[in-house]
Design a protein around this ligand. Structure first.
Ligand SMILES: Nc1ncnc2c1ncn2[C@@H]1O[C@H](COP(=O)(O)OP(=O)(O)OP(=O)(O)O)[C@@H](O)[C@H]1O
Ligand SMILES: [Mg+2]
Length: 375
């Protein structure tokens, strides 16, 4: 009980105090997208103008937020007088809540528009086969464009930006992917490739030609021409990518940015959370705290004798078996939360119970908001 009270006293509002950017990271399926939306709702209820960037939200969450389609521009949700909100009889949002469902392909295209010296050059890049492959590849491009979108929205007048992150195979992947892609677009590798006398051109020109020609015969895709052209189109822009990457890095490291680690209390996510904490420390990213999601509430299964005479025998047996299963889970969760407290350091750790079917609509999000903000 006292533990619970303590968690309540330290709510999500304190976690985010003084932060303008909040990045929710964690293992796959732990509730990053849901948590990002809930943090945004909570801060908007407390008067801030908030935008949340979601990535592949579950259909029910998108519906609850009124985001029926991928739309790269922020849409105002739960606006005063909105039918959805009034129907559900939900509390007021004093500030403003805006939401984006990230469209990586469009974000990539918009980046090209922004950094290209001319619209013609941008159009040619976007038509290029290699660019089309690169920008629509799921691996890496979600991470890259999520950060890109964040950087873009940071130039606007939001009090708080909450960024969801893609389902990474491992949580650390998220931090590395944008850097890798930026390094590719802006870094020395690209410059070496496109120098006419560079190794890349020699390789493309000599070694790779038979292979690429064969590929063209089979697939009809002229990779060599496309790749050569793509690299030379990007040529003059390499510096822009590098400079942009540096500003993005700066934004992520700012003391007004906070990484929130989301995890469940299951073994694997807990292990990943501890590893991710180390990565944040090593890369000097500002870590503000942990949200342990979907924790099984503690119960004591009690004894069979306690049920005697109150329920039919077979029902009492099943009820007790069910309660014991739950007790095992709850015990494991508490042990893992202790592991997390030891492994993660001083920063606050908030616990959110499993809300199961209660999380299915907007009122579910408000219920989770209450858990996180503690009122
Ligand atoms: N506290 C909770 N109680 C019950 N269900 C929850 C809770 N938090 C999240 N969920 C459910 O868990 C599922 C996964 O949540 P979510 O999509 O937010 O995870 P994620 O970390 O973003 O996943 P991914 O890594 O695939 O992007 C969803 O169906 C969501 O409704
Ligand atoms: Mg998600």
């Amino acid at each position: 009980m006292s533990d619970h009270k303590h968690a309540r006293a330290m709510g999500a509002e304190q976690l985010l105090a003084g932060r303008r950017i909040c990045v929710c990271v964690g293992a796959g399926g732990v509730g990053k997208t849901t948590t990002a939306a809930t943090l945004a709702i909570g801060m908007a209820m407390r008067g801030q103008k908030v935008v949340v960037v979601t990535i592949d939200p579950a259909r029910r969450l998108a519906e609850a937020l009124g985001l029926e389609t991928l739309d790269n521009e922020p849409q105002r949700v739960f606006a005063p007088g909105s039918k959805r909100l009034n129907d559900a009889g939900l509390p007021d949002i004093k500030g403003e809540l805006w939401a984006v469902m990230l469209d990586p392909k469009r974000t990539f295209d918009e980046l090209i528009d922004r950094v290209s010296p001319s619209p013609e050059r941008a159009a040619e890049i976007k038509r290029n086969g290699v660019y089309r492959q690169l920008s629509s590849a799921v691996a890496g491009s979600q991470e890259f464009t999520a950060i890109e979108k964040l950087y873009e929205l940071a130039q606007e007048d939001y009090d708080l930006l909450v960024l969801d992150t893609p389902p990474a195979h491992s949580a650390t992947e998220f931090l590395n992917a944008p850097g890798r892609l930026n390094a590719f677009l802006g870094g020395g590798a690209l410059q070496a490739l496109i120098r006419p006398t560079g190794l890349g051109m020699r390789l493309l020109g000599i070694g790779a030609t038979p292979l690429l020609s064969a590929l063209r015969l089979v697939t009809g895709v002229d990779l060599l021409t496309d790749l050569t052209r793509f690299l030379s189109l990007l040529g003059g822009m390499a510096g822009d990518f590098t400079a942009r990457a540096a500003r993005v890095e700066e934004l992520l490291h700012a003391d007004t940015t906070g990484f929130v680690l989301v995890t469940t209390a299951e073994d694997r996510p807990v292990q990943e959370a501890i590893a991710f904490r180390e990565t944040l420390r090593a890369s000097k990213m500002p870590f503000v705290g942990t949200i342990v999601n979907r924790v099984a509430p503690a119960i004591h299964a009690g004894t069979r004798a306690g049920l005697d005479g109150k329920l039919a025998a077979d029902l009492a047996d099943r009820l007790l078996a069910c309660a014991r299963d739950h007790e095992v889970l709850a015990t494991r969760d508490r042990a893992n939360i202790r592991r997390l407290r030891e492994g993660l350091g001083e920063q606050p750790l908030l616990v959110v119970p499993d809300l199961d079917e209660r999380l299915s609509d907007a009122s579910g999000l408000f219920a989770m908001q209450q858990e996180l903000f503690g009122d």
